[in-house]
Design a protein. Sequence first.
Length: 727
Amino acid sequence: MPSVADILIPLALDNAYSYAVPAGLVLSPGDVVQVPLGPRETVGVVWQVAESPGGSNLRQVTGRLEAPPLSDSLRELVDWLARYTLAPKGSALAMALRLPDEAARGETSRIGVRGSGKPPARPTAARMKVLAVTADGTMRGKSALAKEAGVSLSVVDGLIDDGALEAVALAPEPVALPPDPDHPRVPLSEAQGEAALDLIARAFQDSEGGEAKAPTILLEGVTGSGKTEVYFEAVAEAVRRGHQALILMPEIALTAQFLDRFAERFGVRPATWHSGIGSKRRERLRAGVAAGEVAVVVGARSALFLPFSDLGLVVVDEEHEAAYKQEDGVHYHARDMAVVRGRLENCPVVLASATPSIETKVNAEKGRYAHIVLPERFGGRRLPDIHAIDMRLDKPEKGRFIAPPLVNAVRATIEAGDQALLFLNRRGYAPLTLCRACGHRYQCRNCSTWLVEHRFRRALVCHQCGYAERRPDACTECGTFDNLTPCGPGVERIAEEVTELFPDKRVIVLSSDFPGGAERLRAELQSVADGECDIVIGTQLVAKGHNFPHLTLVGVLDADIGLTSGDPRAAERTFQLLQQVTGRAGRGDKPGRALVQTYQPDHPVIAALLSGDATRFYEEEIASREAAGLPPFGRLAALIVSANEREVAEAHGQALARAAEPPQGVMVLGPAEAPLALIRGRYRFRLLVKTERAVDLQAYLRDWLGRGPKVRGNVKVAIDVDPQSFL
Ligand code: ADP
Ligand code: ZN
């Protein structure tokens, strides 16, 4: 009987389409195929196949493609992701498919050339130079050979046509060498050894039988406790058992330093997956992962959708990181999806953090996750002493931002030959520029944001959309010369102050807009670790996961910065960030300390940080979330309505609100103008849905959107389940 295949296409479509399977072609769910779609051909994945007498009016599958099929569990993950986030199923599939672009698809094999031993017909000087290079018998790429010989590519081509050079297919470089789980390693401390044994026992004992469910485990260890060394042991155990392991990291934490540490433990560097790798390498890595040849992948959040053939462990490092939430396209949280994938593969998931998210902490306390704690730093090192500088009493000099006690501490630190880090979570020179003559404030023309001065680039820049204009000499409003004033500090302005204070010291500014991109930035982070500068000035980028052994002082310039926003996660975020950044101090042989500039030393978050009592902070924050019915004790979803005209966006938001009809246990708030009311020329309104924990939030949303107003014209409604950002 002929069969019909339901094919899901990686476009923003909700349902699979039915196609007839041509005679002779046998398809299974997960196969990657080519199908006609409208006037074009496109790629899709078989979601289901059924025998059916009546498929004759359907279009036919064109053929199967040579790509690794999607496993059952990966397809379930796609279904799950779409159901949970309300994203179109095809958009969820696109993340698991990530097809290479056209350019990369052709160049699958590398061609090399070598001398054939046959003399050339015309032995010109250029030709002889090439043959001299090939005399060593090595195979080289054509352009590499031309370059080495100092001739043009046409000379090499001529020699190939002549038969003096022969073309050979080069074996592709392996994407990754196999890691050795029993590579000789530095000994673990007693506490680490115990934690590692405990971790391995919990992770693997039960799941092997096939009966019990593989657990999720919170590995909570203070900064510098050596969590990495501990979860490496679990990775080693997964590899020993012949399984694959995935280590997820926030993108920027994927440093050479981390890869070297991996190499010290396993003898080779791991395969990596992040936005910087080329599409050709991407495709080979996917194939290697699907074939089970790649044992360990270290990757950013999208590595979660790689086609592992036998996933035996997932580690989510720095699990509390907001960077795990994707804020465009499919709004998903990679940590949560890692837990889902673990469940679908029945493989253990380890969540590692010094400052776990409230959600994870509650799951551990309720016994839904296992919990392993490393309460002390490795090697008897102490956590830094943290003191407040009360900015109401110890004021910086006029026009300055670093209070005298911090200046003195920096001086003492660098005089002792150590490093100091000054932390301010603001890029650029000044967050606001105004004209002192007319009061005009410089604002983005596409967004409701102030333009941030970047003095180095001599520009005013929008941090939302990237719009930039030259910093004018005269006010664009009133024409007065030399009257523009920067208001407030950014890291560049702090660097100016530091250079004036310590003119002969080596100062480096690190933020995500560091010129030269991620690779340069990673190199700079390494140079800091190597002690090649005295004072580091940085944004949150330097707070995370890095190990700077020479750093003994951390100065937080504005601890209060994140506390004033209306975001329900403001307290948690601030606590985590400050705990992480102060935790950079004293990780080497010398003890560290931190000084925290604040106007509200009695604020619960600041007080908890100063007392070093994380337990108290978590208790209070969990209690207040519970009282307010906020996650994880209730559920949240945001709808962001945007349009090119303000009235259109607002009207659509209001029509949505009228259709909300919230049942028992559901509350719909808004529409309210978003804090970022205008981004890239689009006006934005937000609605917030808050439900009790037992409510099926997705079912309610689907219902509501189904009866809500039709989306017309340029209106867009983005759905963000479990929102992390409220802007
Ligand atoms: P965490 O991730 O918990 O903040 P790390 O895993 O980065 O801590 O470890 C902190 C520092 O201690 C690193 O420099 C690491 O190399 C070192 N360290 C941890 N465990 C050991 C060990 N068993 N032997 C030697 N050095 C270790
Ligand atoms: Zn803008």
